[in-house]
Design a protein. Structure first.
Length: 59
């Protein structure tokens, strides 16, 4: 998890799936039912890596 929003998504899922044993289908159904498919899609991924690669190319 790179961002606080990632943690919040996982927290929502785990709070819903209170039991220790649940299937991936349970998680996917919860995400669909609650409109969470795009919950953290606005986060730019690998920002540090991209910055480092750009700096390496400029050296």
């Amino acid at each position: 998890m790179d961002e606080p929003r990632d943690f919040e998504l996982v927290k929502k899922i785990l709070e819903h799936c209170e039991k220790l044993s649940f299937r991936m289908n349970d998680v996917l159904q919860f995400v669909r039912d609650n409109g969470l498919e795009n919950y953290n899609t606005n986060i730019k991924r690998n920002e540090g890596l991209l910055k480092s690669l750009k700096e390496d190319l400029n050296d």
